[in-house]
Design a protein around this ligand. Sequence first.
Ligand code: ATP
Length: 386
Amino acid sequence: MATESWAESVDLQEKEATESINSLQLKEKPEENGATSKTEGEANNKTEEDDKVVWSTTQTSRSSSEDPNSPLYSVKSFEELRLKPQLLQGVYGMGFNRPSKIQETALPMMLAEPPQNLIAQSQSGTGKTAAFVLAMLSHVDPNNKWPQCLCVSPTYELALQTGKVIEQMGKHYPEVQLVYAIRGNKYRVELCPADRPGAEHHQTEAEEETLDTIKQYYVLCNCKEEKFEALCNIYGAITIAQAMIFCHTRKTAGWLAGELSREGHQVALLSGEMQVEQRAAVIDRFREGKEKVLVTTNVCARGIDVEQVSVVINFDLPVDKDGNPDNETYLHRIGRTGRFGKRGLAINMVDSKMSMNILNRIQEHFNKKIERLNTDDLDEIEKIAS
Ligand SMILES: Nc1ncnc2c1ncn2[C@@H]1O[C@H](COP(=O)(O)OP(=O)(O)OP(=O)(O)O)[C@@H](O)[C@H]1O
């Protein structure tokens, strides 16, 4: 699959972004993902690190593709979805064995002749992107030399991420060309007709929006310093592959990134005021595992798919401009972990009566109990990860 180069401008910015990230890396962690090979002598010499429970995305939850109630369960194979052979090659090349429920349900509707309009909802990380990418690639006819599929993304980062999925799935379909109509690329888009006819709806109930594979907890604190201490205790008790930490303001995010760096964590900082290309470079580095912790404010981290993210921390709970709970943002944030049946952990920091009230309203909205976690008790933290 051919691509127009958007990477040039990203490269130019990357150096600058890397420098600012490097300035945060005061101390490198010697071990990656808690995985090391040891001699027998070393193995007998247990360290604090050895005692930690590993909270890793390699552990899959009970909600697997075998469970008919799981959003990953399907009765069909990709062959039965009648995908083009080039796309089947692409799908298997990405390591997908079977479609998820949303893929199995949505693809036949999107591939029908004539195709049906569809508004589909499914839990985070259950394969929606893959579903609509396959639909786009199935419809495009490379003999027609005009733009045929338009994918509109809410953010620059998501446009790049979806583009990468298109590139991977379309790897064996080089006749199809992909272009990015994003900042820095001069490309005139054809507009969609404003009068779209009605669409089929495939919706999820509010109670089902969060995944059972993501365990949710809250921690009671009094101030940001206590929240940071709680965070350190969590890191002291469990080994975390990669984590995303959400803050309300840039100021808090910057402060927290600095504190975490001083503790020896490999930290990346992502916030709205950075140039979009810089933000893309930061996300790329995080995706490659160059940083293990991503501290971020909000919008730019929406929809990011990084498999290794095993823990999401709401250092500040998401609220809208009127100070009410932002349930949608909460869902998007915690959905950065527990991707495609992996286990995930979401921890909310509560530091006032007001934020406790916000948390209670979030629980009510999703009809899901969020348990309290005492981070002064290392055994208790270890237990939630086992
Ligand atoms: N059928 C499949 N088999 C195995 N892995 C899959 C399959 N479909 C998608 N994935 C992987 O699962 C992860 C989540 O998929 P995807 O990003 O499509 O989910 P999503 O529903 O769009 O997520 P979000 O709601 O956060 O936008 C991705 O890393 C993707 O590569």
